[in-house]
Design a protein around this ligand. Structure first.
Ligand SMILES: [Zn+2]
Length: 132
């Protein structure tokens, strides 16, 4: 018995919209833009200073967090400013601060924090309630 050859349905090409202007795209299925101009505009915006700035800030914050984490295995560690700087820590970047009643200010990079305790020294802390 010869198997009946079924009609293979035509692959319906999805009509996609240009990522930049929203116009329908004609042509290859993997095309993302209607024209070169839209592709260039889109990619320029993606690599704009704004985007790069956000990316750099995020990178610095994550790096700061990693440094604090690595130096603070016990959850409470005293380290020198010099050591933090040597690891590449950037004191200009933190996600938030916490001021105690007596005026001490904790600086946080996400859940990892530090408190200036004396000249050139910091107490590293971990904010526990981020995890609970
Ligand atoms: Zn377009």
């Amino acid at each position: 018995m010869t198997p009946v050859k079924k009609n293979v349905p035509q692959v319906i090409t999805e009509i996609k919209a240009c990522l930049e202007c929203g116009d329908p795209i004609q042509g290859r299925a993997d095309k993302k833009f209607c024209c070169d101009q839209c592709r260039v505009t889109y990619n320029n915006r993606l690599n704009s200073d704004d985007t790069n700035h956000v990316r750099n800030v995020n990178y610095t914050l994550r790096k700061n967090r990693r440094i604090l984490m690595a130096l603070n295995a016990t959850g409470k560690t005293k380290v020198s400013r010099e050591k933090l700087i040597r690891k590449g820590f950037d004191f200009g970047y933190f996600t938030n601060t916490y001021k105690t009643k007596d005026g001490a200010i904790y600086y946080y990079c996400y859940e990892q924090g530090y408190l200036p305790i004396e000249k050139e020294y910091y107490l590293l802390v971990v904010k526990q309630d981020f995890y609970s």
